[in-house]
Write a protein that binds this ligand. Structure first.
Ligand SMILES: Cc1cc2nc3c(=O)[nH]c(=O)nc-3n(C[C@H](O)[C@H](O)[C@H](O)COP(=O)(O)OP(=O)(O)OC[C@H]3O[C@@H](n4cnc5c(N)ncnc54)[C@H](O)[C@@H]3O)c2cc1C
Length: 402
């Protein structure tokens, strides 16, 4: 079987490597020329997940052992663990390592090139490759995969219906700067991940400061407002600059400015393709907006898709009438893997971020943070925000969701 994967983020690069390692012919097309450009992701995740997914140590920039939340009144709350709880990746280095693994597995990696669907059938697709230097090529493949992240470029080109009004996309728009700090200002932000919650920082969203190696800090803000009240990029930049002033970081030199969009439906009821087109990663709504986290979910979805495709081939499930069955199997596999916890986390994200726009919402956030201060350890926070373990919050959580 031949595969063309559009987008070499964590999902596309992983899928390409796994399929090629299983002996399949794979082309991976990426519009960036350099994996370090637009390194938009803050890329924090738990140590356990980074190890489970074999994320290369070359991409681990710093580890963290504490959570720090600044509440709507500016008060600081901390939770510490003796051992590291998580890691902040250098997203550029992660992509670079994943592209290298794909190349080593025999994938044809085409960079600086945009993929577009020209013709889509139930058992094959014709794809146009538009190179940055103006060259155009056509490829004919059995499966084409949309791994273009939240832009969902190929799904849109193929007119696959977007998420419906019943289960709309929850979308976050983030801007982030990479700062070079020094021993004078960095200690307050090292060894921990810090979040800023409340309308004084940003309505409908949150700010963050994550540590990187060599006294560098990732500082960002993300807005997850309902569609009709989206702010402009300038609003976001103004919020970011205010956060820097407030944290006395405005004197640090800015090494990189980047940003991006992360989006997901909650129940993933939308179709994840059509004919020979399938979606993976953010394009398949695998990101979870509770903590704006999507890297591990994108990689898990790539592994599930690879397994589905290889199993389908082993069962000789190929041909024009089989594409829908393969897609259904994949959608079910995603549904089982992400499960009810992932969906409750998405609902919690929607409830929290869409509603965070008033003094009463600020007070609610304050009450939640004070409650967590009294009852929870650093590990409990990781269990809640990374593993979606809600049981201990039981009825209180249910009341909040309703
Ligand atoms: C500001 C911000 C902060 C984040 N922080 C975290 C975090 O701390 N932890 C975490 O786990 N997740 C975080 N995320 C989310 C995470 O980065 C994404 O979930 C993850 O990158 C999704 O991987 P993906 O491969 O599905 O898509 P992407 O990483 O978006 O990759 C898609 C790729 O497709 C390419 N592309 C697009 N269109 C085309 C085309 N037509 N042809 C060819 N190539 C194309 C793009 O250049 C891109 O490289 C953050 C996201 C944002 C925006």
């Amino acid at each position: 079987m031949t595969f063309l994967i559009a987008g070499a983020g964590p999902a596309g690069a992983r899928l390409a490597a796994v399929l090629s390692e299983a002996g399949r012919e794979v082309v991976l097309v990426e519009r960036l020329t350099d994996p370090h450009r637009n390194s938009f992701s803050s890329a924090a995740l738990s140590c356990g997940e980074a190890s489970r997914l074999n994320l290369p140590h070359s991409a681990w920039s710093a580890t963290w052992s504490g959570w720090q939340l600044l509440d709507p009144s500016g008060q600081e709350h901390q939770w510490w663990n003796d051992d590291p709880l998580g890691v902040v990746l250098d997203f550029g280095r992660l992509r670079s390592a994943m592209w290298s693994r794909a190349r080593a597995a025999g994938v044809e990696v085409v960079t600086g090139c945009t993929a577009r669907i020209e013709a889509l059938q139930s058992d094959s697709a014709r794809v146009l490759l538009q190179h940055g230097d103006g060259r155009r090529q056509h490829r004919h493949v059995q499966w084409v995969i949309d791994a273009t992240g939240s832009s969902r470029c190929l799904l849109r080109e193929a007119s696959v219906p977007p998420p419906s009004l019943i289960d709309p996309l929850l979308e976050g728009i983030g801007v982030e700067w990479l700062l070079q700090a020094d021993d004078r200002v960095s200690p307050r932000w090292l060894d921990r991940i810090s979040f800023f919650l409340g309308t004084r920082w940003i309505p409908h969203g949150y700010g963050w400061i994550f540590p990187m190696g060599n006294n560098r800090l990732k500082v960002g803000v993300c807005c997850l407002a309902p569609g009709q009240i989206r702010g402009s990029k300038n609003d976001l930049l103004a919020r970011l600059q205010a956060l820097l002033r407030n944290c006395k970081l405005e004197g640090c030199s800015v090494l990189d400015r980047h940003g991006g969009v992360v989006s997901s439906s909650i129940a993933r009821r939308e179709s994840l393709g059509s004919g020979a087109l399938l979606a993976v990663g953010d394009a398949a709504s695998t990101a979870n907006l509770l903590g704006g986290e999507g890297i591990r979910h994108a990689i898990d979805s790539a592994d599930l898709l690879a397994e589905t495709l290889l199993n389908a081939e082993a069962r000789n499930q190929v041909g024009p009438d089989q594409a829908d069955a393969v897609r259904q199997t994949y959608e079910q596999a995603l549904h089982c893997w992400f499960g009810w916890r992932w969906r409750v986390a998405g609902k919690l994200a929607q409830r929290t971020w869409w509603g965070l726009d008033s003094a009463s919402a600020d007070r609610r956030v304050e009450r939640i943070i004070h409650g967590l201060s009294r009852t929870s350890s650093a590990q409990d926070l990781s269990s809640l925000l990374f593993h979606y373990r809600f049981e201990r919050y039981g009825l209180r959580l249910l009341r909040y969701l309703i």
